[in-house]
Design a protein around this ligand. Structure first.
Ligand code: DX5
Ligand code: ZN
Length: 218
């Protein structure tokens, strides 16, 4: 029996004309975090939403916010993400030069420090900062769009990251983002994932609340 993962539905797949309705639906669900995908059209080839929209979401949300910044120079926005009341600030390893400093700044602001790796980025790039990260998020799609196909190689990458973390006796959480569904959730958790992000799997389901339960009980 797998341990129970935290489930973080991605609001990128919500109905933007009915954001309040969709967030209130999640408030009633067994999900754990709300995953907010910020895109700048530079780091990724798409633009999603920014702080004014997230502030509105935060007013309705009753669970912790997991902010995933797919933007260049994320270090500029630590105070603004803090002001949102975010629980996790996830920045891409590929998007910032002084990752060690940035993860420290995020922690000092009282948030969990998250570092995210694209599918093509090796785990060796975070070997020297693993102690500074509360969360390591592995992208299982190339970031920029919801509804993409899961890259299977991620399962083995989760396993290697789990070994890295356990070898050092750290409590770092492993989060996986992109194409996560009931078809791969169990394998990801078995490999060592703690947090599963799911956009389309939740919002395209006939019964999103039930789908969240299925992912949790994988
Ligand atoms: C991709 C985003 C993901 C995405 C997940 O760039 O970071 O969080 O919204 O959506 P699904 O689960 O549909 O792949
Ligand atoms: Zn994301």
């Amino acid at each position: 029996m797998n341990k129970t993962p935290l489930i973080a539905p991605s609001l990128l797949s919500a109905d933007f004309c009915n954001l309040e309705r969709d967030i209130r639906l999640l408030n009633r669900s067994n999900c754990d975090w709300y995953h907010l995908d910020v895109m700048d059209g530079v780091f990724v080839p798409n633009i999603s939403f920014g702080f004014p929209v997230m502030e509105a979401m935060a007013r309705v949300a009753t669970k912790p916010l997991d902010v995933h910044l797919m933007i260049v120079e994320p270090e500029k926005f630590v105070p603004q993400v803090k002001a949102l009341g975010a629980h996790v600030m996830n920045v891409h390893q590929e998007a910032t030069t002084h990752l060690h400093r940035l993860l420290g700044q995020i922690r000092r602001e009282g948030m969990l420090s998250g570092v995210t790796l694209n599918p093509s980025t090796s785990l060796t790039t975070i070997e020297d900062i693993l102690e500074e990260a509360d969360v390591v998020m592995l992208m299982s799609v190339n970031p920029g769009f919801a509804g993409q196909r899961f890259i299977p190689h991620t399962i083995e990458k989760v396993r290697r990251l789990r070994e890295m973390i356990d070898r050092r006796n750290l409590n770092t959480l492993i989060e996986v983002d992109g194409g996560v569904s009931r078809a791969n959730a169990a394998q990801l958790v078995e490999a060592g994932a703690d947090v599963l992000v799911a956009g389309s799997a939740v919002f395209k389901a006939l019964d999103p609340l039930q789908e969240i339960n299925i992912l949790k009980e994988c």
